[in-house]
Design a protein around this ligand. Structure first.
Ligand SMILES: Cc1cc2nc3c(=O)[nH]c(=O)nc-3n(C[C@H](O)[C@H](O)[C@H](O)COP(=O)(O)O)c2cc1C
Length: 396
């Protein structure tokens, strides 16, 4: 990402998370309440562990914004870890003596970052790995994405998400434009369908009784994306490739599908292409009859909603731990148990939305540029107007 970039720092139980977002056009309206609203969405979810009850995240803006507007300089944010009060010795920046409890961790959790992280970084205390591998880091990404969302909102791009499967339970397939997003937001399991909502909860309850975890699949949709974000001309400019990388970087994500990529493989080719027809009322001057491609063809947005399906695995820490090893002694033991959730799929949705926003904002600024949001707007309007020169109703 070069046009809109961000870096995050901080550990799960450290003093807090730091985010720097760069490439923001001047004049973009930004305030802490808007950021907080988005951050709160990351914290909801049925079957969440204890931490969500401890902390209500607030990202303080510490640079790059003046009088409610972006200055064009990097935006710095700070998310304090309220839980740090209980970890001052264990996560102390300064060296501490052996008399304090360092909450050292040596029991590997299979499926977590513990094993490769300890060997790669030569850490004998696995806490040095898990503190950063934890999904706590995604709070910083969600904070960064609020700026990306603000840019996209100026151009009527709206990002939504819901859970299309939880464990073995699936929601009925429905056209995204027909989903009542109010009921998705009201559902703790982010199901649009009340029947799916009940089945998802039952699946989570069963897994809890079994003292294990379950995964799920989320659908992330961006409405209002103009034609032409990303490019076919070079592998690393392709929008589908960029989205796949961003989604796969979310903790516990093990699969990414653009549109109905996997299901389409079982259909005839003639049934999965999106046929184009003239339409003078569409700002593209044409429209597709279907959206099997998930709004991306040749690595470019085609003006349809951009649809990505993301598979989140059942997470690794369980109240009934698996057999494992102690990294220092090699002794066979039970894996460590940490406070943990049963199913993260609902909580992963705002993170998926965040990654969609971050990728689209980058691709949007790559296409339209602008040091100020007014300049971005002029470039955008001129580009959209230029599509009027394409014929509709003529034999082009
Ligand atoms: C919202 C969310 C919450 C998570 N919470 C936990 C957790 O409580 N316990 C756990 O073992 N893994 C949790 N994970 C997953 C781990 O962070 C992840 O599995 C681990 O870092 C190993 O990386 P990998 O699964 O991507 O290979 C969570 C993931 C997400 C998206």
């Amino acid at each position: 990402m070069t046009h809109f970039r961000y870096l995050t720092a901080g550990e799960s139980h450290g003093p807090g998370l730091t985010v720097i977002v760069e490439g923001v056009p001047a004049g973009l309206p930004i305030d802490e309440d808007y950021v907080e609203e988005q951050m709160a969405r990351r914290q909801k979810g049925y079957g969440s562990g204890g931490r969500m009850k401890i902390e209500k995240d607030r990202a303080e803006i510490r640079g790059g914004v003046r009088h409610g507007k972006a200055l064009g300089s990097p935006i710095a944010m700070w998310i304090e870890n309220k839980d740090f009060a209980n970890w001052t010795d264990a996560m102390s920046v300064a060296a501490v003596g052996d008399e304090v409890d360092k909450k050292t961790h040596t029991r590997i959790v299979p499926g977590h970052a513990d094993f490769p992280g300890a060997l790669k970084y030569l850490h004998h205390d696995v806490r040095n790995v898990l503190e950063r591998a934890s999904a706590r880091e995604t709070a910083a990404r969600v904070a960064a994405s609020t700026v990306a969302r603000r840019i996209l909102e100026q151009f009527d791009i709206d990002i939504r998400s819901h859970v299309i499967s939880c464990g073995a339970e699936k929601a009925p397939i429905i056209d995204a434009s027909e989903i009542d997003w109010g009921s998705v937001e009201a559902s703790e399991v982010r199901a649009w369908d009340p029947d799916a909502d009940a089945r998802y909860r039952a699946a989570i309850d069963t897994a809890k009784k079994e003292r294990t975890t379950i995964g799920g699949v989320m659908e992330i949709i961006a409405f209002g994306v103009p034609v032409g974000l990303g490019s076919h001309v070079m592998w690393d400019r392709k929008l589908d490739g960029r989205l796949a990388q961003a989604m796969a970087s979310i903790n516990a994500v093990k699969g990414v599908e653009i549109g109905f990529g996997f299901d389409n493989t079982a259909r005839w080719g003639r049934d999965v292409q999106d046929v184009i027809v003239p339409d003078p009322d569409d700002r593209r001057r044409f429209r597709q009859l279907t959206n099997h491609a998930g709004g991306i063809e040749g690595g470019m947005s085609n003006g349809n909603p951009v649809v990505v399906h993301v598979a989140v695995k059942p997470i690794a820490t369980m109240t009934r731990p698996l057999p494992s090893i102690d990294i220092n002694t090699g002794e066979v033991i039970e894996a460590a148990y940490n406070r943990s959730d049963i199913c993260q799929i609902a909580r992963a949705c705002p993170i998926g939305e965040a990654m969609m926003a971050l990728v689209l904002a980058d691709a949007f600024l790559e296409k339209f540029g602008g040091d100020s949001i007014a300049e971005t707007r002029r470039n955008y309007d001129a580009y959209i107007d230029s599509h009027q020169e394409f014929g509709v109703g003529t034999n082009v």
